[in-house]
Write a protein that binds this ligand. Structure first.
Ligand SMILES: [Zn+2]
Length: 868
């Protein structure tokens, strides 16, 4: 169990010691690991007790300046080691501890994965390796000596630069790793095992050579070219766009199967979930290739925004994550389609972050307290944090924003900083030219402290004689747990008028920072009002409520020059027709108008815009739809989506077939080329598969083809259709990829989310499948996450789906609290359902809460929040 108790931002104080150097000697033995740690400690003032963190450590010896301590000089409890009266002068504390990585199932600290030893220290994992303050504001220079059996662990890695050193014992070998940069303990890493190395080189802008090394399990070497190329693109981009160059002589990436997160940015030794390294067109979809590229970039970008400038405490987590997500989003936008990237990010935000903001686990980008910090690696900290940075960029423009970044690096390189430090630096850098900032900085900081998604309401009035559009804006934010009263935020609202001829009139960025305001936009006088395009490029992360004539929405869909606005116009129509269907009142005129508009878009496709058209045809996610319905009825929404899809297929059959024939030319093109064609193929298959056997046969044959993108599109298209092609496709895919766990996870997910009358039994069967690995979070997420996406089964009327998930969460929690507490958030919307459903879900949460002390601190915190 982790240490319970609330940590508060207001209680922050610096650690009373300096810790200039840490020396670790790690001896890997056959049945345990012995870690000797030497901490060079310098009291900031005399008389301070020394308190170090340590969890599940078997302390074997402890000494100060090489003199062993007596039993009465130190106190050890479950999570801390206290020396009440350490020396007043600088001293060296040496501890030796014994660890058992083979039985560590939490995937925190030092643990075994497929015969290799690896570490995960963020946020508080280092305390499972050695006694240490284990807080991000204690920065030290680290030296690590690793020794192990040469045959079992031929590769020994840690941070910094490594050299081989002699060992006397027969059959053993050792490496010394020296990291010249000061770093906190959460960025420490070590890896030991049998790994194949793929080596490359990067020459930096200033002409230095950096050795790039990827380490994978033997046999996986041929799947690394994409990851390596992505790393080089990231290094080049950060030099070109941010003027930030890599600082060490080598950069290592290790792929690990058992990993709680996506990847970890440990200084010069990134550790990745193997699914985010091993990828080529045959084994990964286009989307996965792009994701691998962006995660490699994300972890690389952390070298400056996270590692060289780190967080003072964990309340500042978004300092590194929000900024680095913004950077990786910009990277992907630059390399591919900026419009499509923005659309995908907004769709994701609406389906995950907005949902979090509206539920019991809502919290600000900068929380003021927590129990388990692991619970705060959330979409609010990451994605909303990135939106906050994006608004600064939108408000200031590229040049001033980049001056702010340069100022931030100048002020805080080599230190542990706060979000205030960041915002101050950006403002100082941006105003170096003497221009005022253009918005209230104090008020802008509200984005870090206020939880909840603001609601922006827009009304419009057209003055035909003057040619003026009078726009009234209002904003409000609903109460969130612990924050009953909200204040207005600084909202950058981008607006424009689109004439009936499709011409753009005045475009303007309005800084809206009060509860209400009126803005007047100019156009040519005309009887026919232009359409108001608002929140262009999604200039602020808000829910938009806009009363707008249907004709205007259709005009924007057809003619707005902002691709995001075109997409969002379609989304607003989809939302309306789906919600109407879900409440058994289909809006026939709107459906007809929408289908007409889509027919036109299908017919007007021009080369190079395939991806954009595919996103335009994407229906809103169920999570987003749920948030707009009261009470929410997920099965009704699911049925509405399926029924509307059928209607779309019926009405658009001919243009979809034409689209498909045109799209086939792109099938064999290598990513990123051809991805738009493959996306359109996926849409056409999905819509047409239900009653078109030709299509089903074509999809089935793709499962054995050379493109993973098409194979998975085929499985998805066939998934809801009860037919022989579906069974055959599933069987072929499983057979083909049974020895590749990274790929088989996708199959597990597909099977678990398949609508079928015996879905729950089917999922129980998957958990017993010989290839299911209960210790791999990827497998758990595939099967259990897949099941929660199986709307009709998870939301079964008898509550069996909820009860099943509660049992599974309890089971996972006993070995991996981080994964379990994340899974528990699947119950976060229970209060928004109708009484029966709500009561059943509440019962499932209660069944977890009733286990009280058996739950980990992580899951306990989430369950308590859910019930509050
Ligand atoms: Zn990150």
């Amino acid at each position: 169990m982790g240490a319970a108790g609330t940590v508060r931002l207001v209680d922050y104080s610096p650690w009373p010691f300096e810790l200039p150097t840490v020396e670790l000697d790690v001896q890997i033995q056959s049945d345990h690991v012995s870690v000797t740690s030497q901490l060079q400690l310098e009291p900031r003032q005399p008389g301070q007790a020394l308190v170090l963190q340590g969890v599940d450590l078997q302390l074997e010896s402890i000494s100060i300046d090489q003199t062993p301590l007596n039993k009465d000089q130190w106190v050890l409890d479950q999570s801390t080691l206290t020396i009440a009266q350490p020396p007043d002068q600088p001293f060296v504390l040496t501890t030796r501890c014994r660890l058992h990585p083979d039985s560590n199932r939490s995937l925190e600290g030092l643990y075994a994965s497929e015969g290799m030893l690896t570490t995960q220290c963020e946020a508080e994992g280092f305390r499972r390796i050695a006694f240490h303050p284990d807080r991000p504001d204690v920065l030290s220079r680290w030296t690590v000596r690793l020794e192990a059996d040469q045959a079992r662990f031929p590769v020994l890695l840690s941070n910094g630069n490594g050299i081989s050193i002699p060992v006397e014992a027969e059959g053993r070998h050792a490496m010394r790793w020296i990291d010249p940069s000061r770093k906190p303990s959460y960025l420490f890493a070590l890896v030991a095992g049998q790994l194949s190395e793929i080596r490359d080189e990067y020459r930096t802008a200033s002409g230095r050579s950096v050795a790039l090394r990827l380490h994978v399990e033997p046999g996986d070497e041929s799947y690394t070219a994409h990851a390596m190329a992505s790393l080089k693109r990231s290094m080049e981009w950060d030099e070109r766009v941010y003027q930030l160059e890599y600082d060490l002589d080598e950069y290592n990436i290790v792929a690990v199967r058992h990993f709680n997160m996506g990847a970890m940015e440990n200084k010069s030794l990134n550790i990745f979930n193997s699914k985010l390294v091993l990828a080529d067109a045959e084994t990964a979809t286009d989307g996965e290739l792009e994701r691998v590229e962006s995660v490699i970039a994300h972890e690389y970008f952390h070298n400056w925004t996270g590692n060289r400038i780190t967080c003072r405490d964990w309340f500042q987590l978004s300092l590194k994550e929000g900024l680095t997500v913004f950077r990786d989003q910009s990277f992907t936008a630059d390399l591919h389609s900026a419009a499509v990237k923005r659309i995908e990010d907004v769709a994701m935000l609406r389906n995950t972050q907005f949902r979090e903001d509206a539920g019991p686990t809502a919290h600000p980008v900068k929380p003021s307290e927590y129990q388990a910090i692991d619970n705060f690696y959330t979409t609010t900290i990451y994605e909303k944090g990135a939106e906050v940075i994006r608004m600064l960029h939108t408000l200031l423009g590229e040049e001033r924003f980049m001056r702010g970044i340069a100022e931030y690096v100048r002020r805080f390189d080599g230190t542990a900083a706060t979000t205030e430090d960041f915002v101050e630096s950006i403002a100082a850098g941006a105003t170096q030219d003497g221009e005022p900032l253009g918005f209230d900085l104090d008020q802008f900081r509200g984005w870090y402290h206020q939880a909840g998604t603001p609601l922006l309401s827009i009304d419009q009035r057209w003055d035909a004689e003057r040619g003026e559009m009078v726009v009234s804006l209002q904003q409000s934010t609903a109460a969130t747990p612990g924050q009953p009263v909200k204040t207005p935020m600084v909202l950058p609202v981008s607006m424009a008028l689109i004439g009936s001829d499709g011409r753009l009139n005045e475009e303007r960025l309005v800084v809206f920072d009060r509860e209400s305001a009126t803005v007047t936009l100019q156009a040519a006088p005309a009887a026919q009002a232009p359409a108001l395009s608002v929140l262009r490029s999604f200039s602020a992360p808000v829910v938009l409520r806009q009363s707008r004539p249907l004709a205007d929405t259709l005009l924007l869909l057809a003619a707005d020059d902002d691709p995001f606005s075109r997409w969002d116009a379609a989304q607003s129509l989809y939302r309306d027709v789906l919600l109407a269907r879900a409440s058994d009142q289909p809006d026939q005129p709107k459906e007809a108008a929408l289908i007409d508009a889509l027919r036109q878009r299908l017919g007007a496709l021009t080369a190079g815009h395939e991806s954009e058209l595919a996103t335009l045809l994407g229906l809103p996610g169920l999570a987003e739809l749920e948030s707009l319905q009261s009470p929410a009825d997920p099965p009704a929404l699911y049925r509405a989506v399926m029924a509307f899809r059928e209607r779309l297929a019926e009405e658009l059959r001919d243009p979809l077939h034409q689209l498909l024939s045109a799209a086939r030319v792109g099938w064999t093109q290598a990513w990123p080329a051809g991805q738009g064609h493959r996306q359109l193929t996926a849409v056409a298959w999905t819509w047409l598969a239900a009653d078109d056997q030709e299509i089903r046969r074509e999809a089935l044959s793709a499962v054995s083809g050379p493109s993973m993108t098409l194979a998975r599109a085929a499985l998805r298209a066939l998934q809801p259709v009860d037919c022989t092609e579906r069974d055959e496709a599933s069987r072929l895919f499983e057979q083909r990829w049974q020895h590749k766990p990274v790929i088989l996870d996708a199959w597990f997910s597909m099977e678990a989310s398949m609508p079928r009358s015996d879905a729950l039994d089917h999922v129980r069967g998957l958990l017993q499948h010989p290839r299911f690995d209960p210790l791999a979070p990827n497998s758990l997420r595939a099967v259990l996450g897949g099941f929660t996406a199986n709307t009709l089964a998870f939301h079964a009327d008898d509550g069996s789906g909820y009860q099943f998930m509660a049992e599974q969460i309890l089971d996972v929690d006993s070995r991996n609290p981080i994964t379990a507490s994340r899974m528990a958030k699947v119950f976060s919307r229970w209060k928004t359902y109708a009484d029966d459903r709500s009561a059943l879900m509440h019962q499932a949460i209660r069944s977890l809460a009733d286990r009280g002390g058996e739950l980990s601190a992580n899951t306990q915190e989430v369950v308590t929040l859910l019930l509050s």
